[in-house]
Structure formats: structure tokens, C-alpha cells
Design a binder for this molecule. Structure first.
Ligand code: SF4
Length: 270
């Protein structure tokens, strides 16, 4: 079966110990059956696994194989092929269709945020394939970004207060996100901020359109909220957009409960 990937995909590389928000802490890491079988002859590994998952350590819930210098002890001892499937695969995602797969990279990873948000080329698939109408509309750079948002969402966007209330009611995975939510000022108009960084917000919107093609209005909601969160974070503009995008993706996309809320809301308005 053919697999399509975004045009930036081949440039992805995990930055390992340089990563400030490693994915090797803060959530359950399930070990697949084949890897478990491989680990049976390594008691020093098996003693760190319980109920098929790594036993996370300390307040930060670190993977037991994540060293203080943020390198993976298992890779150092046994090589990259030895780690379990979820660790090899993250942060990739796949959408399965009848006779093809669309694969991409999740914005919860800071290396992916750099790759996606800094991308200057319009989104294309490799090998080449026709894009959805919504992504094609979002790729039209001679049209004002907010007009493109309106076309893609069909004009259906949540009011700023309704949007903020929705995120405040969601499951929270990292308390630093709650601090960002508390600083968001819904009276601030994000329009000029988005226009001034139109390529960055086009890239964010296209990421969501590609990953969640059934709910295009969600791509606009995510982009608008990331803009409000970036303004609340402040400081260097591009760094604040990347920080907001990474946190938003981690909190919203990587919680099944929160994605249920998103589908409930946006299947209704799409
Ligand atoms: S979040 Fe991304 S860059 Fe950081 S450790 Fe995980 S895969 Fe690597």
C-alpha cells in the first residue's frame, strides 16, 4: 500500500538530548509484544516494566531508561533497533484509507514544530498526490490568511470566550498549560498577529487539515487558539508560536478525552 508524507517529512530527526521537552516523560509508554519477547532475556530491563508499560520515575514521570543527560540508556547499550515500537514511531501519525496511508509528524514534538512552522514551501505530498480542497484553499498565499480561515471553516468558529472555556474544561496533562490558559486575554484581537505571521499560521492550519480532514473547522480553531496562547506566552514571536503549538498539540491531540470533546464540538459545526 502506498504511503504519502508531507514534503518536509524526510528532514525530521529527533534531537534527543538537545530536546527541552523530551517525549520520554509525562505519559505511559506501552511496550509491544515483540519487544517484550526480546526483553525476556534481559532481567535488568524486565524489572522496569509492569503491566506491559515502563515504570515511570519521580514527579516528572520519566522513562526509567532516560538518563540524566536525556539520552536513552537502552539505545546506548543495545542500539536504536532495540527500543520498543512506540519509541521508534513517535511522533509519527497515520491516517489509513482504503488503498493508501497518509503519514505525518505530530506537533507535540519540538523538533517537528521547528520543521512545520519554519517551513517556507507550500504543503505538498510525497509522492505527489492531489490535496484536499481545504488544504488547496489554505495554500493560496495571495489570499489574506483570515479570508482563507473563513473559507476553510465555512465561517463557523467558536467565540473567544466559548473557545477558552472549552480548553479550561478539558483534561490537563501539564500544569504549565493551565498557566498559559490563565494568561489568555480574550479581549486581545489576534487578527494582526496572525496576519504578520501568516506563513507560520498557514503551516499550523494545514497540519490540522491534513491530520483531521473530517473536521476542517477544528484546524481554524486550533490556529486561532495557538495565536492567543502565543500572545499570552509573549517574548520572541516565533518562539512563542512554537511553544504554544507544541503545548496545544500535546494537551489537546494527545488526550483521547480532549479529542472526544473536539470531535463532539466540530462534527456539529462542520
Ligand atoms: S519530543 Fe521529538 S525531539 Fe524531543 S525527544 Fe521526543 S521525538 Fe525527540
Amino acid at each position: 500500500m502506498i504511503t504519502y508524507v508531507p514534503n518536509y517529512y524526510s528532514r525530521f530527526k529527533c534531537i534527543a538530548d538537545k530536546c527541552r521537552h523530551t517525549c520520554c516523560k509525562g505519559w505511559e509508554i506501552d511496550v509491544d509484544e515483540d519487544s517484550l519477547k526480546r526483553y525476556q532475556t534481559h532481567p535488568e530491563i524486565m524489572e522496569k516494566i509492569e503491566d506491559g508499560s515502563y515504570i515511570l520515575q519521580g514527579d516528572e514521570e520519566r522513562c526509567p531508561f532516560l538518563r540524566e543527560d536525556n539520552l536513552c540508556q537502552m539505545i546506548i547499550d543495545h542500539g536504536e533497533d532495540f527500543i520498543c515500537n512506540i519509541c521508534k514511531d513517535h511522533p509519527r501519525f497515520r491516517n489509513y484509507h482504503e488503498d493508501y496511508i497518509e503519514m505525518g509528524l505530530g506537533l507535540c514534538c519540538e523538533a517537528v514544530c521547528d520543521l512545520v512552522i519554519d517551513n517556507r514551501d507550500t504543503f505538498e505530498l510525497v509522492p505527489p498526490k492531489a490535496l484536499s480542497d481545504a488544504i488547496t484553499a489554505m495554500n493560496e498565499r495571495d489570499v489574506d490568511i483570515l479570508e482563507r480561515f473563513a473559507r476553510v471553516s465555512g465561517g463557523l468558529v467558536l467565540a473567544a470566550q466559548e473557545s477558552l472555556d472549552m480548553y479550561k474544561d478539558m483534561e490537563c496533562l501539564d500544569s504549565s498549560w493551565q498557566k498559559v490558559l490563565a494568561r489568555i486575554d480574550i479581549g486581545t484581537n489576534a487578527s494582526e498577529f496572525i496576519r504578520e505571521q501568516s506563513i507560520e499560521f498557514e503551516n499550523i492550519a494545514v497540519y490540522y487539515l491534513y491530520r483531521y480532514p473530517a473536521i476542517p473547522a477544528f484546524a481554524v480553531e486550533a490556529s486561532l487558539f495557538i495565536a492567543r496562547a502565543a500572545m499570552a506566552i509573549g517574548g520572541d514571536v516565533i518562539a512563542s508560536i512554537k511553544a504554544a503549538a507544541r503545548m496545544y498539540s500535546s494537551e489537546v491531540e494527545y488526550s483521547d478525552l480532549n479529542m472526544d470533546t473536539i470531535y463532539d464540538v466540530f462534527e456539529e459545526v462542520t
